[in-house]
Design a protein around this ligand. Structure first.
Ligand SMILES: NC(=O)c1ccc[n+]([C@@H]2O[C@H](COP(=O)([O-])OP(=O)(O)OC[C@H]3O[C@@H](n4cnc5c(N)ncnc54)[C@H](O)[C@@H]3O)[C@@H](O)[C@H]2O)c1
Length: 253
């Protein structure tokens, strides 16, 4: 696919990796709707994207809400006069051990903390992909592309039961949807970043961050510009599907 021709939705676009994706796409001449729950972040994104050769529209959407997702996909279709690409980047961290001994009792991971991460990082991408893929089939769009932003910690990481499980689930969906949708001309790919310099990283405990950084052979966190290179490759390479790219400085976690 040609970067400058794509018509995309990017979720989680108000901050970090999603914001970088939205700006790079607009600078490449693509048309997109940048989606997020953070309206202030979307406003500042729209300001930053002004003057780019592409078209950068914004929409406040909670990807965990089926009604909002359905409306957002219909709106994007109408505004962009078509839709061939979805980038699922919205995600949250709510770290905690499964159980931890305190003096007189055992602290347990709260169910609400488990559900918040699964809803945002797994159910959100599922709802978005289902609605976008349905629209692609309805409008006979070919080629189409769905990209899921996973994490290197999908392989399991202490303190991240909810997050690791959500990203492992997302990788399974990338492979499953890649196989299901290939006959319809729709590719599905994943990007699994390691530690990347974004506002999300700042919310991680310093112990967790230092522990993970110690396992990165290149000895530093990645940048959002470096993660963008993976998305650019996926868009351009029409032979890439049902696979996840690790981009993590060689991390061993
Ligand atoms: N930063 C890292 O080190 C790192 C590493 C691996 C994977 N990732 C993944 O990359 C993606 C982007 O992370 P980031 O570091 O840029 O984080 P970030 O916190 O900077 O950005 C995430 C964005 O998602 C939005 N969001 C959260 N819940 C949402 C919802 N329900 N609906 C719509 N938008 C919602 C937030 O408002 C925010 O703008 C996430 O999926 C994350 O899991 C990040």
């Amino acid at each position: 696919m040609k970067l400058e021709n794509i018509r995309a939705i990017v979720t989680g676009a108000a901050s970090g990796i999603g914001r970088q994706f939205a700006l790079q796409l607009a600078r490449s001449g693509a048309s997109l709707v940048a989606v997020d729950i953070d309206s202030d972040g979307l406003r500042s994104l729209a300001r930053e994207g002004q003057g780019a050769p592409g078209r950068l529209l914004t929409a406040q959407v909670d990807v965990t809400r089926e009604d909002e997702v359905k409306a957002a996909v219909e709106d994007a279709l109408a505004q962009l006069e078509g839709l061939d690409t979805l980038v699922n980047c919205a995600g949250i961290l709510r770290d905690g051990l499964l159980v931890a001994p305190e003096e007189e009792w055992v602290r347990k991971l709260p169910t609400a903390q488990w559900k918040a991460v699964i809803d945002t990082n797994l159910t959100g991408p599922y709802l978005m992909a289902r609605e976008v893929a349905a629209a692609m089939l309805r409008h006979r769009v070919r080629p189409g592309l769905i990209v899921n932003v996973s994490s290197v910690t999908s392989k399991g990481n202490p303190g991240q039961s909810n997050y690791s499980a959500s990203k492992a689930g997302l990788d399974a969906l990338t492979r499953t949807w890649g196989l299901e949708l290939a006959p319809h001309g729709i590719r599905v790919a994943g990007i699994a970043p390691g530690l990347t310099d974004t506002p999300m990283l700042a919310t991680m405990s310093s112990e967790q961050r230092e522990r993970l950084l110690a396992q990165v052979p290149l000895g530093r966190v990645g940048t959002t510009e470096e993660i963008w290179l993976a998305l650019e490759f996926i868009i351009r390479c029409d032979y890439f599907t049902a696979r996840v790219i690790d981009i993590d400085g060689g991390a061993t976690f």
